[in-house]
Design a protein around this ligand. Sequence first.
Ligand code: UDP
Length: 449
Amino acid sequence: MADNPSKALRVILFPLPFQGHINPMIQLANILHSNGFEISILHHQYNSPDPSKNPHFSFHVIPGGLSELQSFQGDTLALFRFLNFDCIGPIRDCLGKLLSTHDHIACMITDANMYNSQAAVEDLGIPRIVLRTTSLCSFLAFATLPVLREKGFYSDDLDSRMEDPVLELPPFRVKDLRAIYIKSLDDTMKSISTIVQGTKTASALIFNTFQDLEEPDLANLREHFPLPTFLIGPFHKFFSAESSSYLTQDRSSISWLDTQELNSVLYVSFGSGATMDQKNAREMAWCLADTKQPFLWVVRPGLVQGSEWLEWLPNEFVEVISQRGYIIKWAPQQEVLSHPSVGGFWTHSGWNSVLESICEGVPMICSSFSGDQHVNSRYVSDAWRLGIKLEKGFEREEMESAIRKIMVDGEGQEIRERALRLKEKIQGFSSQSLNALSDLIVSFKSSRV
Ligand code: UDP
């Protein structure tokens, strides 16, 4: 290790306190640690990671308003604004303390949505790198929305043309990008502009994605974000998300999968934050029952509004489950997706889930609930052709047809073959890009001493 110049350097990382943001940040921390860096994790007290699962890091809690945080559920951008406002003082204090006790801090890496941290690090004289935990294509789509707005994209004229293509941003349809904004258009655009600006002023940008997948959009990204950019995903091929899961993974699902036939099971999971109403949940249940396909369904407590867990489920459905379904609260998702019995993944199109599915060559059925999920699902179906996007929400006929196409008909097999070809190109994370990132981090410190 003596000849590794990065050994003594420390990197501080701050994830947003949500599963889909914590997982990639902790995975990135592990990747950097295995490359010789010391790691400090600053984290919110909400959804705190368990330090005992990563004892090689130092953890520092950032106190914050818990009740306010919970009251913003469903309005992600308002939640991000609150976190930026609420956490900035404590982050600055914590950074100040770390700087006074460690003389070898190289930089801070924060989630792209923590734009206010830029001011804090600038005051303290350390560089900030942004980790974008979503796809590159969705980041570009978000960054282009204010420009589209100026061109009249949100005018009433387009209200009746939701299925039309967005010519400036293929393969999107008007409805995909219209679905991104929440509540107030002005607030949404302001938040997006602030996040984009906060990214442009950072010292570098990291994506949890890989070049073979997102190459076509890379030139466009470099034109609009002329800062050092590193595509070093998929992180989970190097470090599993298990150590940062704040829900207990039910491992009985793996024993159940062991009893099923090859490629026969549809895995259904909508991630850590999505919620749905009871009517849609029941439609899904009946659709799973009618298609007669074995299924493993993650019903996270809180997924179905107004219920603790499965109270909304009709009794007749429970009989179906005993024959060919298995319902759990939270899965060891990576292991499930790599299990030979799993033949399809009905996902909410969160970026980590999409990436994990792509890496295992599993065809997808894509629902989408909010934000980048609308963008990811369009790319999965129309650009990468690795799945089918449900265009009508939870409409029975469309859901059943998608399940048949993916699990029974030739379309699923074609998608699987395409996905497997892509899977072969993934070599873990890109070591060339990672080495370049390590060199940049080392250069930050040497330019300041
Ligand atoms: N996940 C899991 N078990 C589950 C469902 C999800 O471990 O039953 C993990 C999944 O592997 C992924 C993360 O939770 O790493 C979800 O992130 P994603 O970006 O897909 O969605 P979000 O939760 O942010 O909406």
